[in-house]
Structure formats: structure tokens, C-alpha cells
Design a protein around this ligand. Structure first.
Ligand code: SF4
Ligand code: SF4
Ligand code: SF4
Length: 380
């Protein structure tokens, strides 16, 4: 039996069909809310919203290329202390993978959440989205979606997030239901894949019709992944060369002002209290002068490279490549490229992939002292 379902087209707009589907889910007994990107009434922008009344889903816009926050952080807020209700959440692939990491770190709970993953068309940088939306006031999501599904970049002034150019996960994996966009005939209907029994139950309850698996989908998705992997490997090579010594790494991070936006935006930065926001790095005033004296000049603020090395040490096993660190940086430091390059190697070393499965224990929880003793020189 196929795990695909279809809802016939309700109108001309794909977005209207998605909104209709979400309303049917929210109207089911036992579903109290839908977390979904939604157009704000006060400004032409799109932010995640927890919608509890179906009428408010008329402004839901999960096709918008706005990606100002990784909603794994929102789901963590909603479920960390226990949620006595069920909600559905419409998420990008990198949001679901970050959510998986947070579940394993006991900072989120899967049980109350029905994950609706959507094939991801990517997103624009935080800076370019408002310009792109202003340029296309009536239909920015539609312009974006049509460009991406025909294999193109959206027109200027849109600038794609660098993370999305190298993302090998355009199709979400650990979801209950997937909204298919790649390799499906969108003129015929909305194609939905049940990835779990819970997902199948929901689709049957809302009356979606069983459908054949879209025949071109596997090939379309594989070609996309191959392209992204080629682009990704080139970025890895260039970034590794750009940070191949401590001097080069210092130059790469030279514009860092220690604002910690990248840490706040990162869904995988999991410490409840970060050492960098304690007074550990509030050094004695004379200490700065002594350091300056040693070399003749001291770059300030200090500890910027150390901050990034610490962050890499803590969370490179958990990085899901969502790009929010770069998006959040006021000085345009290409953090995603750095974190992805290092994380890819760290995760490969542990045969681990962040966000792949809740069954795989995070390496830092199961690390054995004698592991890699030949490299780290301890535990022998
Ligand atoms: S990195 Fe970009 S393309 Fe990949 S899932 Fe996230 S938003 Fe989508
Ligand atoms: S380090 Fe950057 S790319 Fe990696 S999970 Fe954090 S915000 Fe996303
Ligand atoms: S967001 Fe940019 S400037 Fe701020 S701490 Fe991170 S790298 Fe440094």
C-alpha cells in the first residue's frame, strides 16, 4: 500500500490548498493548535505563530521564503516543561532535525507534536526578504515558489541563504506527514506522504484520498541532493583552506564583536547557561593592559576566536546546517560555512548525523575516554 495521499485542488493557489489542509487538521478532535509561519497583521512579514482558531490559518504562509528563527526553539519552548495537549507543527527539514537533537538532549518532547514537514524550497537572508516582499507585494511567496520549483534562484533583490545552497536535506525525514512539492503534479492536488502511523491516521481522518507514489519524485529529489552535495563539498574545501591556521581563523572571525547573536539564533546551542554570558570572561581591567603590553596592542573585544572554538567544541556534533547563525550575524561573517565544515568532519568521525534519528545517542553523551586516544592523547 502506498503511503501517499492527495487532496484535490480547491482553487488556483497552492497556498490556499495548504491552508485548507491545516484547517482540517486543526478542526480534528484532540488537536489544539498549529505552529506555522504566518503573515503578521501589523507588517508584511512572516513569523512562526501558534494558531488555535482555524480562521487565523488564512494568513498562514509556510511557502514564504522568510526564515527568521529555527522553530525547533519554539517547539522546545512549547514542550520542554510538558504540554497537556496535542499540536501540529509545520516545519522545514532543518527545523525538524534540530527538534530531533533537542529531544535527545531532553529539551523538547515529541509526544504532543504532530510534525508536518514540507519539502523545503530554501529561504532568503533576513536582510533580503523584506526587500523581496516589498518588490512583490501581492505574491512574493508565489514568485519564490515558482522560481525554486523550476530550478532557479528567485529574482533580485532576493538573496538565498548560503545554507540552503548546500543543504542535502530538501525533503524532511523524521516527520509524521510530508507535504510534497518536488516531483509531484501540483496542478492535480496537494500530495501528502504519511511517514508514521500517526500521520496516516490524521490523513485518513481528514478524508485525504489514497494516491499512487509520485513516479518522478525520487529522481527529482536525488538530482537536487547530488547538486547540493557537489556545492557543499566545494564550500567545505574553500572554508577548510580559509581557516587552515590559527592566524587564518582569526582573520576569518576578525569582524566578530561578541554580540552572541549567532549563539542565540542557533537551535543546537543547548547549554541552559552559557559560560560566555557569565562573568568568567569579564576580566580584571589590569589584565587587558597586561595582554596589550605583551604584544603592543590588544584587539577588543577579546576572546572572540575562543568563543567560536568553544561553541564548535560544544555543538558541532549537533549542528544541522540551518544557517541561522549567519543570518543573525550583524557583520556578515560566513559562520554557516565554518560550522558546517567542522561539523561535517566531527559527525563523520562519530558516524553520527545530527537530526537523523531520535534513536542515535548524541556523541557527547556516550563518548568514551579511550576513544580517539591516538588523536587527543588522553585515555591511553
Ligand atoms: S537549510 Fe535551507 S534548504 Fe535546508 S531545510 Fe533549512 S531552510 Fe530548507
Ligand atoms: S551552528 Fe549555525 S548552521 Fe549549525 S545549527 Fe547552529 S545556527 Fe544552524
Ligand atoms: S553573531 Fe557575528 S558578531 Fe555576533 S558573536 Fe556571532 S560571529 Fe560574532
Amino acid at each position: 500500500m502506498s503511503d501517499w495521499y492527495k487532496i484535490d485542488r480547491q482553487g488556483d493557489e497552492l497556498l490556499t490548498d495548504i491552508q485548507g489542509f491545516l484547517k482540517s487538521v486543526l478542526e480534528l478532535d484532540g488537536i489544539s493548535g498549529v505552529l506555522v509561519p504566518r503573515r503578521l497583521p501589523v507588517k508584511d512579514t512572516v513569523m512562526p505563530a501558534l494558531v488555535s482558531r482555524p480562521g487565523f490559518l488564512d494568513d498562514a504562509d509556510p511557502l514564504a521564503p522568510a526564515f527568521t528563527v529555527n522553530s525547533a526553539k519554539n517547539l522546545s519552548r512549547l514542550t520542554r516543561k510538558g504540554l497537556d495537549a496535542n499540536i501540529a507543527a509545520v516545519m522545514r527539514s532543518c527545523e525538524i532535525r534540530a527538534f530531533v537533537e533537542l529531544i535527545k538532549l531532553h529539551q523538547s518532547e515529541k509526544e504532543p507534536v504532530i510534525l508536518i514537514g514540507m519539502d523545503c524550497l530554501g529561504a532568503l537572508t533576513n536582510r533580503s526578504y523584506p526587500k523581496f516582499a516589498a518588490e512583490n507585494p501581492e505574491n512574493s511567496s508565489d514568485v519564490f515558489q515558482k522560481a525554486r520549483l523550476s530550478g532557479n534562484d528567485p529574482p533580485e533583490p532576493a538573496v538565498m541563504n548560503s545554507a540552503c545552497r548546500i543543504c542535502e536535506h530538501p525533503v524532511p525525514e523524521a516527520a509524521d506527514i510530508i507535504i510534497g512539492l518536488y516531483g509531484v503534479d501540483l496542478a492535480v492536488g496537494l500530495f501528502l506522504q504519511a511517514k508514521t502511523e500517526r500521520g496516516r491516521e490524521i490523513l485518513e481522518k481528514i478524508g485525504a484520498s489514497p494516491a499512487e507514489a509520485p513516479k518522478d519524485r525520487a529522481e527529482v529529489v536525488q538530482n537536487l541532493i547530488d547538486e547540493r552535495i557537489a556545492a557543499r563539498d566545494q564550500v567545505f574545501e574553500e572554508t577548510a583552506a580559509a581557516v587552515s591556521s590559527i592566524e587564518k581563523l582569526a582573520a576569518y572571525l576578525a569582524d566578530c564583536v561578541n554580540c552572541y547573536n549567532c549563539r542565540v539564533a542557533c537551535p543546537a546551542c543547548y547549554c541552559r547557561e552559557c559560560v560566555f554570558t557569565t562573568d568568567v570572561f569579564e576580566h580584571d581591567p589590569m589584565q587587558y593592559l597586561q595582554w596589550a603590553d605583551r604584544k603592543g596592542a590588544l584587539k577588543m573585544p577579546t576572546d572572540t576566536v575562543f568563543y567560536h572554538i568553544t561553541r564548535l567544541t560544544h555543538m558541532s556534533t549537533a549542528c544541522v546546517g540551518c544557517g541561522q547563525c549567519s543570518n543573525a550575524c550583524p557583520n556578515d561573517i560566513p559562520l554557516t560555512e565554518l560550522f558546517r565544515t567542522v561539523s561535517h568532519r566531527t559527525q563523520a568521525a562519530f558516524d553520527y548525523e545530527a537530526g537523523r534519528s531520535t534513536e542515535e545517542a548524541p556523541p557527547l553523551l556516550v563518548f568514551k575516554e579511550e576513544e580517539f586516544s591516538e588523536i587527543v592523547g588522553i585515555g591511553e
